[in-house]
Design a protein around this ligand. Structure first.
Ligand code: NAP
Length: 292
């Protein structure tokens, strides 16, 4: 077993609560595998979960620099609140309006958002005519913004976003209008079945179907069958894996993409930023899959 030494450097994730986070399992498996591969007796880095309240956030962020921390992830509820505490943010973090990964430079903490890269990774390996695809996105919260930024990067010119509240849909549409090169059309759920026969890419960004409510699904089996036969259904939920929605998708012969892939790929993108070398993606994927 590779041990922590006096020279081991700190990485971590802060959120509140943080106990449920799977990132420590995924990152420490990767860091341990890298140390073993390089025949090191001690870990060069270790990744710690930090429960940080909103009140404590500024003190913790400033103190971590003094502790020699190289970087960290930020999760709910601090993805926006961290921004004023940083020296810089990348263009993609500004576009999404949220930061999930921070690293230290001479100028101070720099924040980016690797959720977009994580979301895109499993789609980029599929051979599809993205400029002719209009994605349909269920939900209009934080993850929907990263998904919209990803769809814009794919080259999709339009997207339908389905939500429960007109006010929130309108807020998302307005805030993305100036930052994203994708035209957003917003609709209430009652309209969903109308779009399904023309939807080649359906993305669930709601928590419907997430553990412990594993018997819930944003689409009925009959609605899944309304999608084109070659449609892709991408569920951002990673627990359970697969969700009821993805079980129905796979059973119908359509392409199902699980949220585990986005979680792995956003983590791999963050890790390679911190350690300046490629992350062992398969080790991270297997460590996560072993948690379910
Ligand atoms: P969020 O900001 O709270 O947004 C959730 C959205 O879902 C909101 O638009 C909300 O509607 C809608 N919603 C919630 N319950 C609903 C219901 N019963 N019926 C219909 N709509 C409902 O959350 P988020 O940060 O975007 O995260 C959303 C999901 O994505 C979570 O399951 C999260 O685990 C997953 N996620 C996965 C990854 C990954 O790496 N795989 C990354 C990020 C997020 P209202 O606005 O009306 O409340």
């Amino acid at each position: 077993m590779v041990q922590i030494s006096g020279a081991t450097k700190l990485l971590g994730v802060m959120g509140y609560p943080i106990e449920h986070s799977l990132s420590p399992v995924m990152h420490n498996a990767a860091l341990s595998a890298l140390a073993t591969q390089q025949a090191q007796a001690f870990l060069e880095y270790v990744y710690i979960p930090w429960p940080v309240t909103a009140e404590a956030l500024p003190t913790v962020v400033s103190g971590l620099k003094d502790l020699g921390c190289l970087g960290f992830n930020i999760t709910i509820p601090h993805k926006q609140a961290i921004i004023p505490l940083l020296a810089e943010t990348t263009a993609i973090a500004q576009t999404v309006g949220a930061v999930n990964t921070v690293w230290l430079t001479d100028a101070g903490w720099v924040g980016t958002n690797t959720d977009v890269q994580g979301f895109l990774s499993p789609l980029q390996s599929l051979n599809r005519d993205w400029p002719h695809i209009t994605p349909c996105i269920l939900g209009c919260g934080g993850a929907a913004r990263a998904v919209l930024a990803g769809c814009a990067q794919l080259g999709c010119p339009h997207a339908h976003v389905i939500g429960r509240q007109n006010a929130k849909l309108e807020q998302l549409r307005k805030s993305c209008a100036n930052t994203l090169s994708i035209e957003i059309h917003t609709h209430l759920w009652q309209k969903l079945s109308h779009f399904l026969p023309q939807t080649d890419l359906l993305i669930n960004t709601t928590p419907v179907g997430m553990s412990p409510h594993t018997q819930a699904s944003p689409l009925s089996v009959a609605e899944v069958h309304l999608l084109p036969a070659d449609a892709i259904v991408y569920d951002l939920i990673y627990n359970p894996n697969p969700t009821l929605l993805l079980q129905a998708t796979a059973a119908s012969g359509r392409t199902a993409i699980t949220g585990v892939e986005m979680l792995v790929q956003q983590g791999a993108a963050a890790l390679s930023l911190w350690i300046n070398q490629p992350a062992p993606v398969e080790v991270m994927r297997q460590a996560l899959l072993a948690c379910f």
